[in-house]
Design a binder for this molecule. Structure first.
Ligand code: RP5
Length: 163
């Protein structure tokens, strides 16, 4: 199946966080590719990735990075595809550095910024599915079912003292 989502990250050390995006896309049966593309350590590869992303058939890019997290913004400079940025929780500043690096884009180049850490990665995967579902009725149905099950899980056991 043609992968419509690219999940890129600045380092292999980001994968424990970024696998949350993969988890929800696996659940919703959306094909994706995963690659390390570092804005600082492999800048030429980053430029090439951004330039080729449309031709490779991707429709959404999820980009996770930590610290001086330039990856989402720089890849957004090189492609018209929507970029969802995930601030990875850094050790030194708990991800606040990552968040501010990703969210403060200059007017005219857009990055959709998610929450710091695992919730952000999962939600980036979820949002990629929601974008693709606009043109995929079967995926839209799977998304509706996911949301319904999530709601039912809460409603069926609302007592916080119970597991
Ligand atoms: C960033 O630096 C990566 O996205 C990662 O979050 C952080 C640390 O990378 P490593 O030193 O663990 O490879 O570029």
């Amino acid at each position: 199946m043609q992968a419509k989502v690219a999940v890129i990250m600045g380092s292999k050390s980001d994968w424990p966080t970024m696998q949350g995006a993969a988890e929800i896309m696996d659940k919703l049966q959306v094909a994706y590719e995963v690659e390390v593309v570092s804005a600082h350590r492999t800048p030429d590869r980053l430029m090439e990735f951004g330039e080729q992303a449309v031709d490779r058939g991707f429709e959404v890019i999820i980009a996770g990075a930590g610290g001086a997290a330039h990856l989402p913004g720089m890849v957004a400079c090189k492609t018209r595809l929507p970029v969802l940025g995930v601030p990875v929780q850094s050790r030194a500043l708990n991800g606040m550095d990552s968040l501010l690096s990703i969210v403060q884009m200059p007017k005219g180049v857009a990055v959709g910024t998610l929450a710091i850490g695992e919730a952000g990665a999962f939600n980036a995967g979820l949002m990629a599915c929601q974008i693709l579902a606009n043109n995929d009725a079967a995926l839209a149905e799977r998304l509706e079912a996911f949301r319904k099950a999530q709601t039912e899980t809460v409603l069926s056991n609302p007592d916080p003292r119970e597991e």
